[in-house]
Design a protein around this ligand. Sequence first.
Ligand code: MGD
Ligand code: MGD
Ligand code: SF4
Ligand code: MO
Length: 762
Amino acid sequence: MIQNNTACILCSQNCGLIIEQNESGHFKKIVGDKNHPVSKGYLCQKATRLDFYQNQARLRSPLRKKGDGTFEEITWDIAIAEIAAKLVHIRDTHGGTSIAYVGGGGQGNHLGGAFGSMLKTACETPYIYSALAQEKTGNFWVNGFLFGKQNTNYCEPVAEAEYVLIVGANPIKSHGLPKAPRTISEISKNPNKTLVVIDPQRSETAQKADIFMQVKSGKDAFLLSALLAYIIQNELDNKEFIAQRTVEFDKIKPHFDKISISEYAAICGIDEALIMKVATGIAHAKTFALRSDLGIEHSYNSTLNAYLVRLLFLVTGHFGRKGTNTLHTFLFPLLGHSKEPENGGVTTQVTKTKAIGKLFPPNVLPLEIDNNHPKRLRALVVDSANPVANYANVTAQREAMQKLDLMVVIDVAMTESAQVADYVLPARSQYEKMEATFFNLEFPHNFFHLRHPISKPLENTLDEPEIYHRIVSAMGEIPRSFPVLAAIAKLDRKFPDLKLLPLSLGITIAFKPKWKKYSLLILKETLGKALPYDYAKVAAFVWFAAQMYAKKYEKAVQRAGFKEKGAALGEALFDKILHSKSGTFISQHTFEEHWDLVRHKDKKVHLEIPEMLKWLDDLPIQTKAQDIENKQYPFNLLAGERRSYNASGIMRNPAWRKTEQLSLLKINPADAERYNIKEGDWVKCFSDIGAIKIKTTITENIPQGMLSMPHGYGYTYPDQDEQSIGVLPNQLSSLTNCDPLAKTPYHKNVKVAIEKIGLRPA
Ligand SMILES: Nc1nc2c(c(=O)[nH]1)N[C@H]1C(S)=C(S)[C@@H](COP(=O)(O)OP(=O)(O)OC[C@H]3O[C@@H](n4cnc5c(=O)[nH]c(N)nc54)[C@H](O)[C@@H]3O)O[C@H]1N2
Ligand SMILES: Nc1nc2c(c(=O)[nH]1)N[C@H]1C(S)=C(S)[C@@H](COP(=O)(O)OP(=O)(O)OC[C@H]3O[C@@H](n4cnc5c(=O)[nH]c(N)nc54)[C@H](O)[C@@H]3O)O[C@H]1N2
Ligand code: SF4
Ligand SMILES: [Mo]
């Protein structure tokens, strides 16, 4: 048995794991890694099934689509040469803006995407579409105004708070917090702590709540603004904090002063007395922290919700202290900052949609492709994403992608998106290469885990950085290797103080200015090659990130146990990361330093966002349209929730599920009775864009008028028929049912109707 340290790749917690494999490369025993600095030995039931990822039906050769729609195997050299030639042709004929990059990383892999940016550079395109832009961009946009930059993110240390609010998240199933089920249980049992959960369903987390606010689906904006109104109208706001740490409170106050709490309470379905109790509880608590997620992002008023949850902790002064939400540093930020279009920010060509955090929303992707606009998208390079299945409206995504001049998919498996691609490139799995995520979202300490490969790479697969380098090189941008610099890099590793590599790189670039934008690829082939592990070339990126991080946060890095200064500190940090197979702490901040992380020059939080305040004022009028009883589609469907055995599209083999083999549609007993539905009956469920057949389960936990189905089911798999894989919720979720500002889909508010089928359909 070979045993090794690695991490789970199924959610953003990336819990440290120890995996024992047998001779044939099967994962035989998987346990939590006690040495992982954050997960400390914890793992959930999903991680024990990771053999179904590693040993799934894999892609084994580059594939090219033939005229008859089937694929043929081709060599890497042919695939790379043809893809490069086509990208150059499209770029030079129609401009770089006719090419977009999609994905670039999932729950466990971000190093590939870092190198994907080199391909973007070569294609001269600003366009990245990503799953983050179908959930979190509303948050990022709001952060940009409040904290100065869209890539200022805050952490949610609910375990340390006295008063805890979970809104639109179900950590017991979805995590999003370290050791979530245990953490929630501990908070729930602690008599000195209060756990408040806002959810329309009695979720597993809601069942643990001291106070469960069963909000009407999609009505959180009313509840959150009523909580704020109560606090502000009753002078429960933290005046000292507001004066010291924020500006523009006087601009937001009138908007909350005029809110009728009783009216809003009635609209969101929560008793006014309970709103008063929770508002007072938050205001009086010594420490308050909240966690929010898809429940308020994938539903009505998504961007406004993002603003309101932030105001809740800001006006009560629960920010930047231990036990409260706090900004944090990133070893390398997951996103960037985009200017608003009126200030010169980039937009898409057809729908003129703006970027947020440098990302473009999946909901406009088909509209950017499927038309005759001369500036339409003509080529996509997709990596670690499955847009056809996972982005809203499967049919629209698929039909648009079939019209592209070129679609390349880089994946480990034959996905729904790969099936419509022109070229499919087989990647090494996340256990066959060095990998990492930038989900290091902690404060005051922060950590990073650079995972070493634990499995032998499947023959004829490549890692993504290598794929990108080969394509960029075949596009004529940069050579494949740099022998002189590589030799210098070896010396540089022995005597880093002499800065031989940086100096010679500088000279090289003075002669070859075009290479500058590909410095990362040069680093990979020089410094990367000189590292002590033969698979560690990609760590060159981590070296770069460590240097930048150490320079920016010198004291915090030193507090994590380093004595060095300047560039030597970056080297020491990188060394520690490279050799710590269970991950390592990279910084220890102080709470005073927290305020340096605010990116406004005055280091204060700027509370006023005029666009959000207008939205808040218009809330009652705007919402009326959503409330009109829709006789044709009487139910509100949650099209995609987290359950025990789903993990987005990372696990394709349905055999991985120990329970709930098929997608189950939750329905309230009263609704079931009305439709004469018995437990396990199948129904047809249809929306304005499509129809599915799905098995039901009857439960009191879901209110009347609501239905819920899981995300992460319905992926095709060899030898499995449609009946055994479950269903894709995006057969029902449409492109246009989305947030007007961030274009995040309202997957939690899909209007549907049902018809009873009865027994399993043939
Ligand atoms: N098991 C498992 N865990 C996962 C994943 C997975 O696929 N499987 N995916 C990971 C990913 S990519 C993400 S983004 C996270 C998401 O994690 P979560 O956001 O926690 O997951 P969901 O189950 O989609 O939604 C959370 C809750 O929102 C509630 N909700 C629905 N509508 C509303 C509403 O109108 N208002 C409020 N307040 N709540 C509402 C639902 O009832 C549900 O309990 O999970 C991560 N963890
Ligand atoms: N209706 C509905 N739709 C949803 C959701 C919902 O709740 N409802 N949830 C949304 C959310 S929050 C998210 S985050 C997205 C996720 O959707 P996507 O962004 O599409 O990501 P994943 O499904 O996590 O995985 C993408 C792909 O990565 C591949 N992969 C795994 N390892 C590697 C590797 O090492 N290299 C490469 N190149 N590929 C690899 C997998 O095979 C898989 O095809 O789905 C979204 N879609
Ligand atoms: S799926 Fe479970 S084990 Fe894996 S990272 Fe998430 S919480 Fe940890
Ligand atoms: Mo997600």
